[in-house]
Ligand binder design. Structure first.
Ligand code: GDP
Ligand code: IMO
Ligand code: MG
Length: 428
């Protein structure tokens, strides 16, 4: 029996920070459940409601719509302390979330020692990744190494003690090797474990809950974190995060079957940004980089670091379209380009040996050396912030979107022209 409800994946198609939070918030109006399927508090999803700004790290971006159920799937690594800080801060700001948030019994717990390890490893590394310092890599390492602690382990204090004591010994040795201090670690562990009861009270079987909802005709959004170029397999390895960010993992990380997914919407910024280490082939020249960073407010929502800016890279978004099986794209932050004289799109890369490639290469190191082939298009010198219908956009802005659509191989279904909920164009 096919599901009666729709299940849409929202996936970042660049290096994260594409505006996923804004689009999820807008689409949450039409759904019943919003679920995160991977990542952890490395995500920073910004949502504006009226004059208020919310930055969500772990709780799905649908939470600002009253009554929406918000779930964290098994694919997520959950920093319990950070999670409840976010939860309580939302309550304090008048968001009624009691009873609406659920966490998978199968989700991995991100422990304070993962954060300590992340920072110590990064400090000692020759090849720095520029992580968010949220413990993501070490938590997924423990998951894959079958040493992790899951929410379900909290059901048995004895088993939990055993697993945590084993981890503590391992971590102490590793931190000592790295020359890192462990002050405050014990206290942080106690604070985390003291939240066990509270966490168990909202633990649930996320996969069956989503499947049941879809069967009975309710609509679901699966909210990705990070972006395709940060995917552990498909991104610019090793300058990636430690989870699969792409749409394939939306099923695995939420506990439903792939055939239950009805649509995959790729979020692309109208230009490109990157925070952390690793190549950005379509980097803008320093002056333009600074200019666009200021126009777009391109500073990390989790770490506050300046984001590097680049032109729209269709080599990457075409690859993202293929690897995610996109059924549509949402182009965000078009308004940021409103005042530019011209805009560029990278359509191919010229490699060191003079060849032109149209595919995103697996060899990350070669990516640092490629020269993008650009198409230059005239700017539109007109504000798009108040436009609500695609046909009312300036001609040059439409031409730019048409070219993005053509090069990305996916239809534009939304265009975002500002941070507000109302600043969205829906394309039929
Ligand atoms: P996410 O991680 O993909 O959710 O994106 P972030 O929240 O980290 O970064 C996107 C930033 O752009 C946030 O500050 C948003 O408020 C902002 N934003 C989203 N859509 C638009 C838009 O269409 N125009 C403008 N000017 N800002 C936007
Ligand atoms: P959202 O969901 C942008 C980057 C980090 C670093 C690399 C690895 O807001 O789009 P990690 O802490 O995950 O081990 O860091 O990935 N990174 C992000 N960049 N947006 C994000 O999330 C990111 N999450 C991680 O800067 O380069
Ligand atoms: Mg972000």
């Amino acid at each position: 029996m096919p599901d009666k409800g729709s299940c849409t994946v929202i996936v970042g198609c660049q290096w994260g920070d594409e505006g996923k939070g804004k689009i999820v918030d807008v689409l949450a109006e039409q759904v019943d459940i919003v679920a995160r399927y991977q990542g952890g508090a490395n995500a920073g999803h910004t949502v504006h409601v009226g004059d208020d700004q919310f930055v969500l790290h772990q709780i799905p971006s649908g939470v600002l719509h009253a009554g929406r159920r918000c779930l964290l799937g098994n694919g997520v690594v959950l920093d319990v302390q950070q999670f409840f800080e976010e939860y309580d801060a939302l309550l304090k700001r008048g968001i009624d979330i009691e009873g609406r948030v659920g966490v998978s019994y199968r989700a991995q717990l991100l422990m304070p020692y993962h954060r300590f390890l992340d920072k110590a490893v990064e400090l000692a590394a020759d090849t720095k990744i520029g992580t968010t310092g949220r413990g993501i890599g070490p938590a997924y390492e423990d998951k894959a190494g079958r040493r992790g602690v899951r929410v379900a382990d909290l059901l048995s204090p004895n088993r939990l003690d055993k697993r945590i004591n084993a981890a503590k010994d391992r971590v102490a040795t590793r931190l000592e090797e790295l020359g890192a201090g462990t002050e405050e670690l014990n206290e942080a562990m106690e604070r985390t474990l003291a939240l066990s009861e509270r966490l168990l009270a909202i633990a649930t079987d996320v996969g069956p809950e989503i499947s049941g909802a879809l069967r009975s005709g309710r609509n679901v959004l699966l909210e990705g974190a990070q972006g395709t170029a940060l995917d552990l397999d498909h991104g610019t390895y090793p300058f990636v995060t430690s989870s699969n960010t792409t749409a394939g993992s939306a099923a695995t990380g939420s506990g439903i079957g792939p055939t239950q997914i009805t649509d995959v919407i790729g979020i692309v910024k109208a230009y490109t940004t990157r925070v952390g280490e690793g190549p950005l082939p379509s980097s803008m020249a320093p002056q333009m980089d600074e200019h666009v960073r200021m126009l777009g407010g391109e500073f990390g929502a989790t770490t506050g670091r300046p984001r590097r800016c680049g032109w729209f890279d269709s080599v990457l978004t075409r690859f993202a379209s293929q690897v995610n099986g996109l059924t549509g794209i949402a182009v965000t932050k078009l308004d940021v380009l409103d005042t530019l004289d011209e805009v560029k799109i990278a359509t191919a890369y010229k490699t060191a040996d003079g060849r032109t490639r149209e595919f995103f290469p697996a060899d990350t190191w070669s990516l640092a050396e490629v020269e993008p082939v650009y198409e230059t298009m005239p700017g539109w010198h007109s504000s798009t912030c108040d436009v609500r219908r695609i046909e009312d956009l300036p001609r040059n802005a439409r031409a730019y979107l048409d070219r993005i659509e053509e090069l990305t191989n996916a239809p534009v279904c939304f265009v975002s022209v500002g941070t507000k909920r109302s600043q969205i164009i829906t394309v039929d």
